[in-house]
Design a protein. Structure first.
Length: 381
């Protein structure tokens, strides 16, 4: 473990290999009705068409309990359990051109305070109004669903390539969008008046945004792959902006995953590991392979409600229990192909029931506490 007396952090990258998932019974939940009105993108000859999608880049659960999956090749996919629909039918819906959704690559998903859904794609942002999320519109009939609105250059979003985890809805309801050229903010008043609804957040320099999140104190954190990490407090304005980078003895400007634990500590992924920032004494604690992390080139981090930390990297996924004092080999568990997951993890998410979901380069997975198993269109859900 290495302690650093300053502020910040680091990284993101993506590599994929094959997966060998375990099999689990689907007896407890019904098989969903698949609703698709378009042909998916060209698939590799050996692609398994029983998968929800080959590449799942983002996972989100809305306020109603529906699960959304952002994919490469299949656009946005929505899973609705039978208990959430008046029809009593579980559905797996693939939105597309007939619905007004013209992109097949989705990197980010979020929901605003009014229940509208927002999707970040490689060609701008899409908004799906909450009025379109009623059980009537999401039955087996697809009439009336063409309500997606696309925002791009004409709306002030000069960089339309939205990044992974690139949409944040803060506590005040403001919408922040991360792109490969900087950060943008959405103005609902301008949108309602027909003016440009997105503007570049000029307090930050042009950068490749790798992640955006809001901490418990209302600070907004921006990670980039070329300028380190920025912290900004909207209530204090530009004077609150702090940049943690290579010049601050952080070792690199490459930053990626961001998460906050219940104690208020900030966690970041770096090229060679992860780093914890303790705001009480402004120190960083670095964890690397020497402490038990597996893999190289770390990019993803997710903290469960229990406090368990998951870290994804090239060639591995690591489960870290920070409550176990180090050095102790029990603090880290590195998962190998024998545990059911042998591919690039691109997204992680814990739903309201405590289930952990994994989006990978070979479909959707869940974790049962011991092993990973693959979730196909037919389940197990």
């Amino acid at each position: 473990m290495k302690f650093i007396q300053i502020y910040a952090s680091f990284l993101v990258v993506v590599f994929c290999t094959s997966c060998n998932g375990q099999v689990k019974s689907n007896a407890s939940k019904p098989i969903p009705k698949v609703i698709r009105s378009f042909k998916p993108a060209a698939l590799a000859p050996d692609f398994d068409t029983t998968l929800v999608s080959q590449y799942i880049r983002s996972i989100f659960q809305d306020s109603k309990g529906n699960l959304w999956f952002g994919t490469i090749g299949d656009g946005v996919v929505k899973y609705v359990a039978s208990t959430l629909l008046s029809t009593g039918v579980t559905t797996l819906t693939y939105f597309s051109n007939p619905d007004g959704f013209y992109n097949q690559t989705v990197y980010a998903i979020n929901e605003d305070k009014d229940g509208n859904m927002w999707f970040g794609t490689d060609q701008g942002v899409y908004k799906y109004p909450s009025a379109s999320l009623t059980s009537t519109l999401l039955s087996t009939s697809r009439s009336g669903e063409k309500s997606f609105k696309n925002y791009n250059q004409k709306d002030g979003l000069n960089h339309v390539d939205i990044t992974r985890k690139g949409i944040l809805v803060d506590k005040s309801g403001n919408i922040w969008v991360g792109t490969h050229g900087g950060v943008y903010r959405y103005d609902p008043v301008a949108d309602n008046e027909g003016r440009k609804s997105f503007s570049l957040f000029k307090e930050l320099p042009p950068m490749n945004v790798a992640g955006i999140m809001e901490d418990k104190s209302g600070n907004i954190w921006f990670a980039s792959s070329d300028r380190g990490v920025f912290r900004y407090n909207p209530s204090e304005g530009e004077k609150s902006l702090v940049n943690f980078n290579e010049k601050e003895n952080l070792g690199e400007n490459y930053a990626g995953g961001i998460a906050q634990d219940k104690a208020g500590n900030m966690w970041f992924t770096m090229k060679n590991g992860i780093c914890k920032y303790d705001p009480s004494d402004k120190t960083f604690t670095e964890y690397t392979a020497k402490d038990g992390l597996g893999g190289t080139e770390f990019w993803g981090i997710y903290i469960e409600e229990s406090g368990i930390i998951w870290i994804t990297a090239r060639g591995s996924t690591t489960r870290f229990d920070p409550s176990i004092p180090l050095p102790n080999p029990k603090a880290f568990k590195v998962f190998t192909p024998a545990d059911g997951l042998n591919c690039c993890v691109q997204s992680m998410f814990q739903d309201k029931d405590g289930n952990m979901w994994w989006g990978t380069g070979q479909g959707l997975y869940q974790f049962d506490g011991t092993r990973f198993y693959q979730v196909k269109k037919t389940g197990p859900w």
